[in-house]
Write a protein that binds this ligand. Structure first.
Ligand SMILES: Cc1ncc(COP(=O)(O)O)c(C=O)c1O
Ligand SMILES: N[C@@H](CCOP(=O)(O)O)C(=O)O
Length: 531
């Protein structure tokens, strides 16, 4: 049974009463019922306490004062038919003959042959509802505090972890991040008028990692309630994964253990897991060394692995792609540019776009670009070799420290995503990424160096004519600039060896004296005056 397409011709608001009827008629749909906190306004009711006698009273169906949003969601669910959607782990990119699969309640990160896993949804069950139905459902949940759908991730729950009980969900209402129209940057530096920056770093812990971590920690919460052997959750990190893991674990009261490469992450990132009460190991190696250690440790101890090797993370991260389409009112951009390190996120974007295409929400997917720092560029080298042979590299120090990764665990996922989206890989030198960051900041953004890597890819592809001036393009900003202030201080102080820092804007030292202040201001204003 396909959901009615009559919704195509009516706004969601006017179709609400129609939908309500349908929910009641079909018990399967009842699980999607909108929150009863919808404002119902009756013009016949006048508010006697109102200063204006003609002001209509607004009657809200509020939850009782002693009921929180989780209780409210539980009450609304009671008596409703069980959820009909499901998902399981399968080997990543397995052929049609593969019979290998695992329940999401199993603790498994790799397939029998040692390959990656993927969360596979029951697409036939999801396809029983048409694209219009899913678009309307997702749109109806934006901007609410209804548990758990107020989250940008859990507003797509049926496509993420369909079987988890909302009671087990650990969420900070992540997602729903700003899609910023980069008007001035686009116009001034690139001659573009449809350039957008998806600010995934304006988030609970300051990076896109929140999107995946809410899913992973929620599943851990469920496993612990099921008495599965999970004493704590652990990750290797260049700073953002550990920040997200420690925050979500702390909010659920679950121990977290983080392996950090000593002296290779920013102070703001280091202090996040410390403040959130994680067990922090600062290890004298790089990220790849930490990753190797955490994999060995999680194979021995009842510590659940939280890196994106664990495919649950991808399920949350893919919702950023769905959100972009939603923010464009389900129009597909031409290009989406993502900075890549361990390479889970580029696949997550592909997966989100692909699901929207397969389930009829959109009619195509965008072309993807993965951008790497030249100092940590194994994917770029692989791409340039014509996908001949992958060789891990020793990652060198980069201002884009969160992507200083030489042996990415999701290399196969990234290649799959790029091949199936007619994708491109670009790279950025240190000077290029820092200049791009400074230029973007000078137009009112405050981005991280990784976003500088992505912007460099855009600049190169625009200059070579691959990306056209009218192409609607989205650059994914992966972390908040405030996590990386030292790199900005170094740049604007022109304190970086062998870097011109062409767009530096250092503060002017001036005496506390009216004349001295006037002199520098007059010079400044004179330079700015129209010639
Ligand atoms: C800020 C930031 N940007 C980009 C990335 C790259 O994401 P991925 O590892 O999924 O490629 C990471 C982490 O790796 C990150 O922390
Ligand atoms: N940038 C990441 C590196 C680890 O990536 P993950 O997505 O596999 O956890 C970080 O912040 O640690």
């Amino acid at each position: 049974m396909a959901a009615s397409s009559s919704l195509l011709h009516s706004s969601f608001a006017s179709s609400l009463s129609y939908k309500r009827k349908r929910f009641h008629q079909n018990p399967k749909l009842a699980t999607f019922r909108r929150s009863p906190t919808i404002i119902s306004c009756t013009s016949s009711t006048l508010d006697p306490s109102s200063s204006s006698n003609n002001t209509p009273a607004v009657t809200k169906h509020r939850r009782p004062a002693d009921e929180n949003i989780r209780d409210e969601a539980r009450r609304q669910r009671s008596g409703l038919a069980a959820n009909t959607f499901s998902a399981k782990y399968v080997p990543f990119n397995a052929g049609p003959d593969s019979r290998e699969w695992y329940s999401l309640d199993e603790i498994v990160y790799r397939s029998r042959s040692g390959g990656l896993l993927d969360v596979q949804h029951d697409m036939e069950a999801l396809k029983k509802f048409d694209g219009v139905y899913w678009r309307d459902l997702f749109d109806s949940r934006v901007g609410k505090t209804t548990w758990p759908y107020g989250s940008g991730v859990w507003s797509k729950k049926e496509w993420v972890l369909p079987e988890i009980d909302p009671d087990d969900i650990v969420s900070a209402f992540e997602g729903n991040s700003n899609l910023f129209w980069a008007e001035r940057f686009g116009k001034q530096f690139l001659g573009m008028n449809d350039l957008w920056v998806k600010h995934c770093g304006i988030s609970h812990t300051g990076s896109f990692k929140d999107l995946g971590m809410t899913v992973l920690v929620s599943q851990v919460n469920r496993l612990r309630k099921m008495k599965r052997p999970v004493v704590g959750v652990g990750c290797a990190s260049t700073g953002d994964t550990s920040a997200a893991l420690s925050a979500y674990c702390a909010s659920a009261g679950i121990p977290s253990i983080v392996f950090l490469p000593a002296n290779k992450i920013s102070i703001a990132q280091l202090v996040q897991p410390i403040a959130n009460g994680a067990f922090v190991l600062s290890i004298d190696t790089d990220f790849d060394g930490c990753m190797k250690l955490i994999r060995e440790v999680t194979a021995e101890l009842p510590i659940y692995l939280a890196n994106s090797l664990n495919s649950l993370r991808i399920e949350g991260q893919k919702t950023a792609a769905i959100e972009i389409l939603q923010q464009f009112d389900w129009e597909v951009p031409h290009w989406v540019i993502v900075p890549g390190g361990n390479l889970g996120n580029i696949y997550a974007f592909y997966k989100g776009f692909k699901m929207c295409y397969e389930l009829g929400l959109v009619d195509r997917i965008p072309r993807l670009v993965c951008a790497q720092a030249a100092n940590a560029n194994p994917l770029y080298l692989y791409y340039k070799s014509g996908w001949e042979e992958f060789k891990p590299v020793k990652a060198n120090s980069t201002f884009a420290s969160a992507i200083q990764i030489g042996d990415p665990v999701s290399i196969d996922r990234a290649v799959y995503a790029l091949k199936n989206s007619n994708g491109i890989v670009e790279e950025a030198t240190e000077e290029e990424l820092m200049d791009a960051m400074a230029q973007a900041d000078s137009t009112g953004m405050f981005i991280c160096p990784h976003t500088g890597v992505a912007l460099t890819a855009l600049i190169k592809l625009r200059n070579s004519g691959v990306i056209g001036p009218m192409d609607r393009t989205v650059v994914v900003s992966t972390a908040h600039g405030l996590k990386f202030t030292q790199s900005k201080v170094d740049y604007h102080s022109k304190a970086i060896p062998d870097m011109a820092c062409r767009f530096a804007n250092p503060p002017v030292q001036v005496k506390a004296d009216f004349g001295a202040v006037m002199d520098v201001l007059k010079k400044y204003l004179g330079d700015k005056a129209p010639k």
